[in-house]
Design a protein around this ligand. Structure first.
Ligand code: MLT
Length: 386
């Protein structure tokens, strides 16, 4: 490649979803095709046991905070964490038909009406602080689980969220630990994933933070993006129903071959950037092997991991025959005591809004020596259809 040229735009690159085309800088995270996700240069596998506030600090400030700095940050977020009564009342009155991601995007718009300041940095911090309450209110309302309790941020970021969820069943330490892990691995995935890209593109027109995040969450809602976690769980469940929980590797292998022969989808494999198993998935597989090794869905998800990879590798046209994050998170949440797949993508959104909001602050207030990036306006070549 010529000096200074990052990517040659040839005709082959058109209509391929901008794959591999560099369009800017991301100050929060990077996804290497082989090494996987890093937050501010640190591999995700090394960060998963950190407190959410420590991780949010890392992403927001671009460096690890001392314990005093993190405690100060936590205090600031705690002060911002409670939404106005009008916000929660409006979220509680949203329609309960349709997918909960529709309600989640609408809730962000509604929250912007009551809580927005018009200042990207203030709104970023406010929204990060208020997300647990907004998300719990969306889920409680959509699931008809009753009135959302008052936030108790002093419990901890995810502990507070779980406290506000009126889900039936016990809120065990196991559930909180799995929710913390799920939250930690979903904050950010570089700037080019669809929801981050859309959120920043909308913000480039100077739409406010809440509206930009609402747009980002409609992007996340698509089954090729965030909603894949819900669909993957359905797939694992269907395989379990088919082969039974005592299935052997050969049974799962045969089922995958049958599905491929019938041109049916095998969910949870491949990624636009990654060329090995998703580092986030590896963390979750290890976690499930340690904590839920006998859960039927986990057993099947582990067999799909090995057998799916084996079968898909035989096809040289498949660039990445390895599992992605969505292959395992649904089984993990279910095994941990949250068997509500309709809300898995909302949980993804609770986490991902953090990274996108921080990326928006960078692009609006810091990029190009503070001038900010211009309005997104790529070129489409004219082509006649006749
Ligand atoms: C994500 O976490 O956003 C997904 O893996 C999709 C992506 O990175 O493009």
């Amino acid at each position: 490649m010529r000096d200074g040229v990052l990517f040659e735009i040839t005709k082959d690159a058109l209509e391929t979803g901008l794959r591999g085309v560099p369009v800017g800088y991301c100050v929060t995270s990077f996804v290497d095709p082989i090494k996987g996700l890093t937050y501010v240069g640190r591999p995700i596998s090394e960060l998963v046991n950190r407190d959410p506030i420590e991780l949010i600090y890392l992403l927001y400030f671009g460096e690890q905070g001392s314990s005093e700095q993190v405690a100060e940050f936590q205090k600031d977020l705690n002060k911002r964490s409670k939404c106005k009564a009008e916000t929660i009342a409006a979220i509680a009155s949203l329609p309960t038909v349709g997918h909960p991601m529709d309600a989640f995007s609408a809730a962000l718009i509604v929250a912007g009406m009551f809580e927005g300041t018009g200042d990207y940095r203030e709104d970023c911090l406010n929204i990060i602080a208020k997300l647990p309450q907004i998300t719990a209110a969306v889920i409680n309302s959509h699931a008809k689980w009753g009135t959302t309790p008052e936030p108790k941020p002093e419990l901890g970021y995810i502990e507070n969220f779980v406290h506000m969820l009126n889900m039936p069943g016990e809120k065990t330490a196991e559930l909180i630990a799995a929710m913390r892990l799920f939250n930690a691995i979903h904050y950010d995935h570089n700037g080019g994933n669809l929801s981050a890209f859309v959120g920043k593109a909308v913000a480039s027109g100077l739409e406010h933070m809440y509206g930009s995040l609402a747009a980002a969450m409609t992007a996340l809602s698509g089954p090729r993006h965030g909603r894949a976690n819900q669909d993957c769980l359905k797939f694992v469940q269907s395989v379990l129903d088919d082969v039974g929980e005592n299935a052997k590797a050969a049974d799962v292998e045969a089922l995958i071959r049958r599905k491929l022969e019938n041109k049916e989808l095998v969910f949870g494999f491949g990624h636009a950037v990654l060329r090995v198993e998703d580092a986030r998935a590896t963390v979750c597989y290890n976690y499930c092997q340690k904590h839920f090794p006998t859960h039927p869905l986990v057993k099947i998800a582990l067999l799909l991991r090995s057998e799916g990879t084996k079968v898909l590798k035989e096809n040289p046209k498949i660039a990445n025959p390895y599992p992605n994050i969505d292959a395992i998170t649904g089984s993990m949440l279910t095994a941990a005591g949250f068997p509500y797949p309709d809300y898995f993508t909302v949980l993804f959104g609770l986490s991902r809004c953090v990274g996108i909001a921080i990326q928006i602050v960078y692009e609006r207030l810091e990029a190009r020596d503070g001038k900010g990036t211009p309005i997104v306006r790529p070129l489409y070549l004219y082509k006649s259809r006749t």
